[in-house]
Design a protein around this ligand. Structure first.
Ligand code: PA5
Length: 438
């Protein structure tokens, strides 16, 4: 089984010039800082402060997750109710592993909003007798999740009476929160959300693994991939893709003022990972103060695109517009399935070039074309190369980006694990809705 690699040559001055490319001296500085960042992360981990890094080794819970699945053969719809870090990893896993499956045994749904029409449509079409709801909230009190849970509970009770409980499983803190109280009061089964892992770092905990079991994903392989990347993220810079990613993004932001990072997979199945990455990068690294309380206001804006679709949309901007971004491609070396064009019309010569071409060949040509044009236009870009799309490589990808986020926190000297900017809007909404104490 092979490893993800990170190719960042096209971010360097020797490829795209010193105006937009990182020079040798700048790279050296970024590497030096990232060595210190890497050491600080390892020290914090050794002190037990970075639990998310140890999740690939924690497998005791897997047996229980499978038991829960086996005990509910009637489930045809599995629904995550959660938001932010409690939802985005599951959404990306589902898209990766179910979007190209013609008849998944269990259909996945996620409610990470409070849109009445979306919920209405669901309750109109889905048979609740075949539906299991996983209510995911670390704090157990998030407004959107609480509201949707109450609606789900009310609909379940209406249709199934006292049986409603077996259609609910909570993933929440064992020490705080309203869900924990409801679980105890009503006897609803609960999985323990680790208190010391922030939402956006939880996809490899029960938060992502329980939905993954329902999606039929090989969760052992997912964790094996993450564990493999954990090993590699302990190596020196030259063979540590997580540290490379953090250092290159830091250099791009600090030295080249590339304030935007656009993740662009060249694979439909990877389409949702940029959404997950956006939250990870933005919520962790968009900070007003450094660790000493000095105002610094840092943070790249993560955005997303999809190859080849966006070649007919945003690429115009990437090539010719403002110079404030770098692009991170996700490229897949080997697709699980391929298709070949075996016949072209004799009368139309212009189509002959597609004769005997496979779709993976066309996709690769599109990727190389985009990359080549960006280099000609001196636009910084790099590529995370995935050998294939499997649980093992997705586990690697998740761990690489989570680790890079932790190292980036050290590079900017900020707390990558809090989110004070999220709180104020919540307080105002609670006040408007009349919640006690707000
Ligand atoms: O990453 C985070 O910490 C947040 O995005 C949370 O996941 C999100 O706010 C939901 O919080 P909770 O799981 O407490 O409902």
């Amino acid at each position: 089984m092979s490893d993800i690699t990170y190719n960042f040559d096209n971010m360097l001055a020797e490829r795209i010039g010193p105006g937009y490319g990182i020079t040798a001296e700048e790279l050296e500085q970024a590497i030096e800082r990232s060595e210190a960042g890497h050491a600080a992360v390892q020290a914090r981990r050794a002190a037990g402060k970075l639990h998310f890094m140890d999740l690939p080794q924690e497998r005791e819970v897997l047996a229980r997750l499978s038991e829960i699945r086996e005990s509910r053969p009637w489930v045809k719809h599995f629904v995550v109710v959660g938001i932010g870090g409690s939802a985005l990893g599951s959404i990306a896993l589902d898209h990766t592993f179910s979007s190209t499956t013609t008849s998944p045994q269990v259909q996945f749904h996620c409610f990470d909003n409070v849109d009445p029409e979306e919920l209405h449509a669901f309750f109109q079409t889905v048979d609740l007798r075949e539906t299991l709801f996983n209510i995911v909230s670390k704090s157990g009190s998030t407004l959107e999740t609480a509201a949707t849970f109450l609606l789900v509970r009310q609909e379940l009770k209406k249709k199934l009476g006292t049986d409603y409980k077996k259609h609910l499983i909570f993933t929440t803190s064992n020490t705080v929160g309203l869900l924990r109280e409801v679980s105890a009061a009503e006897g609803i089964e609960m999985l323990v959300h680790p208190d010391d892992v922030g939402g956006r770092f939880t996809v490899l905990s029960v938060v992502g693994l329980f939905p993954a079991v329902w999606m039929g994903i090989d969760v052992e392989k997912l964790l094996d991939g993450a564990a493999r990347m954990d090993e590699r993220c302990q190596e020196p810079f030259a063979s540590n893709p997580g540290q490379q990613f953090a250092a290159l993004q830091y250099a791009s932001y600090v030295f080249k003022k590339q304030n935007v990072v656009t993740m662009m997979p060249y694979a439909f199945r990877l389409k949702k990972w940029p959404e997950w990455f956006k939250q990870l990068w933005a919520e962790s690294l968009g900070k007003q103060y450094d660790r000493q309380g000095k105002e610094i206001r840092v943070g790249q804006t993560p955005t997303q695109a999809l190859g080849s679709t966006d070649q007919h949309s945003q690429i115009q901007l990437f090539n010719c517009g403002s110079r404030d971004r770098n692009i991170v491609f996700l490229q897949v070396e080997q697709f699980d399935h391929d298709l070949i064009i075996s016949e072209t019309p004799d009368q139309v010569d212009e189509l002959a070039y597609l004769q005997d071409k496979s779709f993976s060949q066309i996709m690769t040509a599109e990727y190389e074309g985009t990359r080549g044009a960006l280099v000609e236009n001196q636009v910084a870009n790099s590529t995370l190369v995935l050998p294939d799309i499997s649980a093992y490589t997705i586990g690697q990808l998740i761990y690489l980006l989570e680790y890079a986020t932790a190292v980036s926190g050290e590079l900017y000297n900020i707390d990558a694990f809090n989110q004070p900017g999220v709180e104020r809007g919540k307080e105002i909404a609670y006040k408007l809705l009349g919640r006690a104490g707000y």
